[in-house]
Design a binder for this molecule. Structure first.
Ligand SMILES: [Zn+2]
Length: 192
């Protein structure tokens, strides 16, 4: 703010657009720090017994860290990791609760990626996301999250009316179609 006012005094002109973007970037960074702090310190990870898919009790095996891109920028996330010895598999309940299993993108970012990917080319979507929301991704990431195909708005409207939001959300926005077969079950043949 001070710099913008100084420049106005020196040059006699004021670049409101530059100031808008600068303030937005600052607020994103501030919000990102808040989110990171909240999710790492205020958030209580699952307590008690965590079971695997076969219902074995899994034991805590330390913390795992990952980077997560949110609508407020990239944050660092710590999560408790649980391991099942008989199955040789791990679970991270916090990821499940936050809906970020196997994803480096938050639900908010995934929704944006899916939205731009369904309406325009993946490269145009990438550019719009950066300009409009300050989110920097690659066009490949837009393509992957948007499901690798262009969903028509008609498809989306049709499903929105018929499917529970959680199902619609997970199918359209998750990285892997194998996570949820709800659309395939509800509309056999329509989406493949
Ligand atoms: Zn197990």
């Amino acid at each position: 703010m001070d710099r913008a006012l100084r420049e106005r005094g020196q040059n006699g002109s004021f670049d409101l657009e530059a100031l808008e973007f600068a303030v937005r970037d600052s607020l994103h960074r501030l919000g990102g720090s808040f989110l990171e702090q909240f999710l790492n310190t205020e958030w209580q990870d699952t307590v008690g017994c965590v079971r695997c898919k076969q219902q074995h009790a899994s034991r805590p095996a330390g913390k795992r860290e990952k980077k997560l891109l949110t609508v407020l920028g990239e944050i660092r996330l710590e999560r408790d990791y649980f391991h099942c010895a008989p199955c040789q598999e791990g679970r991270i309940p916090k990821d499940e609760e936050l809906d970020i299993v196997g994803s480096r993108f938050s639900p908010g970012v995934r929704r944006m990626l899916a939205r731009v990917g369904s309406k325009e080319s993946f490269e145009e979507g990438r550019q719009d996301l950066e300009f409009l929301a300050g989110i920097v991704v690659t066009s490949k990431q837009v393509e992957r999250i948007a499901g690798g195909r262009r969903w028509s708005s008609l498809d989306l409207e049709y499903c929105r009316e018929l499917l529970p939001p959680s199902h619609l959300y997970c199918r359209f926005v998750s990285c892997s179609p194998t996570d949820c077969g709800c659309l395939e079950t509800s509309f056999p043949g329509k989406f493949h």
